[in-house]
Design a protein around this ligand. Sequence first.
Ligand code: URQ
Ligand code: ZN
Ligand code: ZN
Length: 479
Amino acid sequence: MAVHIKGGTVVTADKTFRADVVSDGGVIVAVGDDLETPTGAEVIDAGGCYVMPGGIDPHTHMELPFMGTVASEDFFTGTTAGAVGGTTMIIDFVIPGPQQDVMEAYHTWRGWAEKAATDYSFHVAITWWDDTVKKAMETLTTEHGVNSFKHFMAYKGAIMADDEILVNSFSNARELGAICTVHAENGELVFHLQQELIKQGITGPEGHPLSRPPACEGEAADRAIRIAQVLDTPLYIVHNSCEDALKAITRARQEGQRVYGEVLAGHLLIDDSVYRHPDVDFAAHHIMSPPFRPKGHQEALWRGLQAGMLQTTATDHCCFCTEQKRAGIDDFTKTPNGTGGVEDRMHVLWTHGVGTGRLTMNEFVAITSTNAAKIFNIYPRKGAVEVGSDADLVVWDPEKERTISKDTHHQNIDFNIFEGMTVKGVNIATLSQGNIVYLDGDVRTQQGAGRYVNRPTFAPYFGAMDIARKNKEPTPVER
Ligand code: URQ
Ligand code: ZN
Ligand code: ZN
């Protein structure tokens, strides 16, 4: 059914202009002043509101099997919560276990995601290496619309990728025209510090940040950047939490290296005092990796966004309820790592970004939607308000307020890291594929309505070696 969003102001990553937007058949069919309302169309009065691309959260883990349990949010409840908060697409992760067949893992996750309410895609994690993994990467890029491969440099003994895996996977991804992403923490250092802390009898949540200081993240970020530099592979560093990682990215980008950085809404607003809270459940709910950091790092991350050194925002939505978190009641290293946020990301970023003057509205659109669409090669299908783009849209009321709470959120978790925060500037409507999935408190998502989004690979990424070889010149090393 057609929808006519009337009387609003369109805000994109590039410009702000008064226009109506009409969608039909799942795509935007008209953007312009005082448009005719198609017969039978549903009309949304957007007077005094902004019309923006639906949010893209490039980092979620719905129903992830992890650390002996399964994340409590599934692909339907998680994408529904996202839609209520203005996010219309997630990029989740296929994470094969060590030695697990990569294509088998991919098909398993595809099965889980069929219940999604809005569109989704997958980064595929490379957690081990042999020729079958190399071949699977090619199959995924050429036949399944995967253009990004994830590498966990943390989680020793589980899914950690060592340098051998990084080097093999990065160079293969470059040949395939795919981008590599990393969780940048030195897993060996973290493991050592965890053992030391437990030996000292520090078993509570306060041990978590002590076991993974910013230097563990800064080292891994720089190592991944250097490996990508030598292999000439584009790199995307997920959930940068501290100044140490930001400095590594800033140096690389200033030297012209193709490195992108992501930051979580939580890391921009929450500091490490949460781990010293008297309520141990409260503290355990904040156990995620990288951890929330000492005061000061948050402002540095905001400056990284403002300076364009960080390009995207995400949530790393990976929910575990209180009972699940209590698995680590006697040993913090056994607490499943992860927090929620998919419903609140856009609201908290508007309030603390645009509301404080840190970000313009256009920059808000860039970091919550458009930049992720461009980096992962689905722009302007996604992340745009133009004829032919998917009708994934939000109608945003800059004056509307709400107070965030586990008692009212739609996320399937009994905790909210933004509990009690009043936000100003929220979506009053969300459209996914041109269907109204949320309108003024009315949740209209349909299980299974979401589509898998193919993400094409980039033009084969030729470095100097290839061009020399291609032109039959002596390659640089042979000169
Ligand atoms: O490391 C990740 O991104 C996954 C396993 C979610 N958990 C977390 O603590 N970030
Ligand atoms: Zn991670
Ligand atoms: Zn993650």
